[in-house]
Design a protein around this ligand. Structure first.
Ligand SMILES: [Zn+2]
Length: 268
């Protein structure tokens, strides 16, 4: 998969060097990128459900007080109507997800180029582009679109459960209202975690591809320093691996893993 030999290029740029290896700067993606993804692609769905929740709560309240036989149909119609409207919104958000992925790739590529340039004196500007990592970008886009839809579907399911369970047990409206608002709050928190995880997923994939493309086989495990780490990941911090010696669960692959790989250019 190597497209060029960075070690050989580095030797040509600085022929006098006697170093056996150069560790490239660690690239820690800024958290603002996760916030941008959350705000542009997940939050609109959460906010749409928050607004719909109030209409559904109102319909539930009048259903309980009216006690007519067709009243449950009104609250069901309110939920179905909201779901239909929000499904259309999800489709409109695909370009937002795509913009985010492209901007993240561009930013990562700039940081990679900077790290390589400062460590080796080789400028990759004309040698690398977004096209090299197209498959990773498409995967990230499709994965996020599916997750936005999942956040919406799970919210809908929780609201439906609260409503129909409430109707069956004649649960007071304020109790059902609080359950519904809680569900929306949980979806908001889940979406925040997903956006942060998706940033790690995309940037760790990009790091791996950029490293392989440059013919670099050696890298150092960098632990995320996040709270509640996997202890075996924390223990790997600073360890050097090659593609042959690497553990199965590469940095950033497992759910909510924020670990990174730091490339090492080796000379033989
Ligand atoms: Zn980890």
């Amino acid at each position: 998969m190597a497209r060029f030999d960075l070690a050989a290029m580095a030797k040509r740029v600085r022929p006098g060097t006697r170093r056996k290896a150069i560790v490239l700067r660690d690239i820690d993606p800024p958290g603002t990128l996760a916030t941008n993804l959350y705000r542009s692609s997940y939050l609109p769905v959460v906010l749409a459900w928050a607004a719909a929740a109030e209409r559904i709560i109102a319909a539930y309240t009048s259903t309980l007080s009216e006690l007519t036989t067709d009243a449950p149909a009104d609250v069901r119609a309110e939920i179905d109507g909201a779901a239909e409207q929000i499904n259309r919104l999800v489709l409109l958000l695909t370009p937002e997800v795509r913009d985010w992925a492209l901007r993240t790739e561009q930013l990562f590529r700039g940081k990679w180029r900077g790290a390589v340039l400062s460590a080796t004196g080789v400028d990759l500007e004309t040698m690398i582009g977004a096209g090299d990592v197209r498959a990773s970008l498409e995967t990230s886009i499709e994965w996020n679109v599916a997750l936005v839809k999942d956040v919406s579907d799970v919210t809908r399911q929780k609201i439906s459960n609260a409503v129909f369970d409430g109707l069956r047990n004649r649960t007071p409206a304020r109790e059902v209202a609080s359950t519904i608002r809680n569900s929306v709050g949980m979806s908001r928190k889940r979406a925040t975690r997903i956006a942060s995880d998706q940033l790690n997923k995309l940037t760790s994939a990009l790091a791996e591809e950029r490293r392989r493309e440059a013919g670099i086989d050696t890298w150092i495990w960098r632990h995320s320093r996040k709270a509640h780490p996997r202890l075996n990941h924390q223990a790997r911090d600073g360890n050097e691996y090659t593609d042959e010696t690497a553990p199965q669960d590469l940095p950033g692959r497992l759910p909510y893993c924020g670990c990174r790989s730091q490339a090492v250019v080796t000379f033989d």
